[in-house]
Design a protein around this ligand. Structure first.
Ligand code: ATP
Length: 340
């Protein structure tokens, strides 16, 4: 959404957004509060109409459809929300049946469509219960079943797990992953939680101030985010920051008597190779490990470490080259004065 006019009363919620989500993939959009996530996802089914630009879903240009064609097109796009948005006066079955009733489907046909969805979402024993009798996770399962009722090609998830505890979040994400795999459903989700991105997304876009500032495969994003905001999200998630006392001593530039503090990220073969001891042996530097963590991100194992490289400047420079030559991502966080 692009509003080129400079007008104090106009809020530009999105600008120059170019996002392509391949069919069958799970794509996450992550950003801070107010970044434009909800606006972006609501543009996909035109709950929010962009002032310019185009929205293509399953080959169909959404912005040019008549209102009845748009209605039809929306059947191919399911959506779930943070607060579930169920009708409290309807039981589980009738909530899931609602979109089909609105489409004019016959009762017997509705039953045939709804019962397998309640099975799929683990609600077969809850058909006659009302939302007030359900947990948050169960309510979101009802919302997922309802979103799937019209056999959509795309599922939009607007902070779908933000109101849930971590364990329930895990089970809902697992359900979304199953649906993606079993039904080949394309999923676009927005979230402020890295855990969600890590758990189920294939690719991720980072949104800030209404603009997409970074996009990457999830494994790459968790190894080496390219923007400062990406690194902040990652650090918050990993809680891998140098100790505060050290941060206070960090200087941006190397001096005559300083040594570098580095953040190392490694994946693939590098995880199982004893690179640090080789580094010490071959480059003649000492390595003081300040923090380290190994994370499993989908099929990949990632190692992360914050370390001080101790030795003469020339040797520590060689050590960094050595690490980079072995496919580690090296970020120099700063330099600290030598104590010796
Ligand atoms: N109806 C509206 N009227 C005016 N401004 C709006 C409206 N909806 C959103 N905005 C503004 O647009 C910007 C993007 O909002 P949006 O809700 O898309 O952000 P978000 O990333 O989803 O945030 P959150 O995670 O807090 O929901 C914000 O500056 C917000 O204040």
């Amino acid at each position: 959404m692009d509003r080129p006019k400079a007008d104090a009363n106009v809020i530009v919620a999105l600008k120059n957004v170019d996002l392509h989500v391949p069919q069958g993939s799970i794509h996450g959009v992550i950003g801070l509060s107010g970044a434009g996530k909800s606006t972006l996802i609501r543009c996909v089914n035109l709950l929010e109409r962009p002032s310019s630009g185009s929205v293509v879903v399953d080959g169909q240009e959404m912005t040019r459809l008549s209102s009845s064609d748009l209605n039809q097109a929306r059947h191919r796009i399911g959506m779930i929300f943070q607060h579930f948005n169920l009708l409290t006066s309807r039981n589980v079955f009738d909530n899931v049946a609602l979109p089909l009733e609105l489409m004019g489907m016959k009762r017997a046909e509705i039953r045939e469509r709804v019962m397998p969805l309640l099975d799929l979402t683990g609600l077969a024993d809850k058909t006659r219960q009302y939302p007030a009798q359900l947990s948050g996770g169960q309510k979101q399962r009802v919302a997922i079943a309802r979103a799937l009722a019209s056999k959509p090609r795309v599922l939009l998830c607007d902070e779908a797990t933000s109101a849930l505890d971590p364990q329930t979040t895990g089970s809902i994400l697992e359900l979304l992953r199953d649906i993606n795999q079993q039904l080949g459903l394309t999923i676009l989700l927005i979230t402020h939680e890295m855990e969600v991105v890590k758990s189920i997304c294939h690719r991720v876009s980072l949104i800030s101030g209404g603009e997409l500032v970074e996009e990457a495969d999830v494994g790459d994003f968790f190894t080496a985010p390219r923007t400062r905001l990406g690194r902040e999200f990652l650090n918050d998630f990993l809680q891998l920051e140098p100790p505060k006392a050290l941060v206070e001593r960090l200087e941006a530039k190397a001096g005559a008597n300083t040594h570098p503090v580095v953040r190392l990220a490694f994946s693939g073969d590098a995880v199982s190779t004893p690179l640090i001891s080789r580094l010490a042996r071959e480059c003649e530097v000492d390595v003081s490990i300040l923090q380290a963590k190994v994370e499993s991100i989908q099929e990949r194992t990632l190692g992360l470490m914050i370390a001080e490289l101790l030795g003469p400047a020339e040797k520590t420079r060689q050590a960094i080259d050595y690490l980079e030559a072995h496919d580690l991502h090296v970020e120099v966080l700063g330099h600290v004065q030598r104590d010796d």
